[in-house]
Ligand binder design. Structure first.
Ligand SMILES: CSC[C@@H](O)[C@@H](O)C(=O)COP(=O)(O)O
Length: 349
């Protein structure tokens, strides 16, 4: 699989795989300032909760480079400003603020005030965030694949794969691990309107790994389930609150309701960095609303009348009672989530 991002030590910059161009073109963007990273996150060149957290961490490394001629105090101030700007790009995925707070914490707790040394510490921390995500996804796969029957048809929504993370993926990581364990897996990918992460990215990832995949439109899920063509659902998450409510790509809630109606398990795979114990329920999660033209236009073509009113929330919230289990790198968490999320994740988040 292609890497979603790479730090280029020779050039001291972050290279991102431009996911807006996939699958027709494999192109890269070089980010030389934190503002380049913020712009790439905003336009979804890099997307998926864990991937934007890691990219933002590298964004702070770039901000530190930009502040290299400042005093220590000025550097802290400009890094806090940069973190604020990066955080505001995508408000729903908590991994973004989690990664930025972790980076700022590393800076504040460092004994040294030497800016070059601090820049080095920040780069180390960004690498750690990236590498821990990759290792966590493999672990999540090991735990999660146990839930998959020896022969299974799995529905997923959006893209919670290698492209959405440092590699391997969360929901698609569980699918990969099930395949690696010798199970006979096939996947149905929702196209995921409006920006087609399912059609463009999940379908592409599955084909790259030779995992049988069938693309459907979002409106086909009910009929697919009614026809008995799917055994279970696995999706990723952008934020999970203390009671187990799950924010994920718009359309996930509808899939969860349909899964319950058809008696199918609905699993959520996410790292503990996606769990936000500071919010008691999903109605407190800020939901990003995006530009109207993502709905009125499709691949650059206008598909709705000019002037029509549009509502474009990028995420929805699936209530905990529809979630069969949450798969994390620390194990599988089952209801009651209020108790069990805290038990597994403790005071970390
Ligand atoms: C491992 S990625 C989990 C979620 O971030 C993913 O399911 C999702 O909703 C991504 O939305 P996107 O708008 O493409 O960033």
């Amino acid at each position: 699989m292609l890497e979603t991002m790479r730090w280029l030590p020779g050039e001291n910059c972050l290279e991102l795989l431009d996911q807006t161009r996939l699958p027709s073109e494999v192109a890269f963007i070089k980010c030389r300032s934190y503002r380049d990273v913020a712009a790439a996150i905003k336009k979804l060149a890099v997307r998926g909760a864990p991937a934007i957290g890691a990219a933002a961490a590298y964004g702070l490394v770039l901000a530190a480079q930009e502040a290299a001629a400042c005093s220590y105090k000025e550097m802290i101030k400009s890094l806090e400003t940069a973190a604020g700007e990066l955080k505001s790009t995508r408000p729903t995925a908590v991994n973004l603020s989690w990664a930025l707070e972790r980076m700022l914490g590393r800076l504040r707790e460092a004994a040294s005030r030497d800016l070059a040394l601090l820049g080095g510490l920040l780069l180390e921390e960004a690498h750690a965030i990236y590498n821990e995500d990759l290792a966590g996804n493999r672990k999540m796969g090991e735990y999660g694949q146990v839930l998959i029957p020896p022969k299974a048809s799995i529905l997923t929504h959006c893209n919670a794969g290698a492209l959405a993370t440092a590699g391997y993926g969360t929901a698609l990581g569980v699918i990969r691990a099930a395949k690696e364990a010798g199970k006979e897996i096939s996947v149905f990918a929702d196209e995921t309107r409006p920006l087609l992460q399912g059609a463009r990215l999940t379908a592409w990832e599955m084909l790259q790994d030779s995992i049988p995949v069938t693309l459907i439109t979002d409106s086909m899920v009910g009929y697919l389930m009614a026809k008995g063509k799917v055994d279970l659902v696995i999706v990723g998450a952008d934020r999970i609150t203390a009671n187990g409510d799950v924010a994920n790509k718009i359309g996930t809630y509808g899939v969860a309701v349909l899964a319950r109606t058809h008696g199918l398990p609905f699993y959520v795979a996410a790292p503990v960095s996606t769990v936000d114990l500071s919010l008691d329920s999903g109605d407190k999660i800020p939901i990003e609303e995006r530009e109207q033209n993502e709905i009125t236009h499709l691949a650059g073509c206008q598909v709705a009348p000019a002037g029509v009113q549009v509502w474009n929330p990028a995420f929805d919230v699936t209530p905990n009672h529809l979630v069969t289990a949450i798969i994390t790198e620390r194990g599988i968490i089952r209801p009651p989530y209020q108790e069990n999320l805290r038990k597994t994740i403790g005071q970390d988040n």
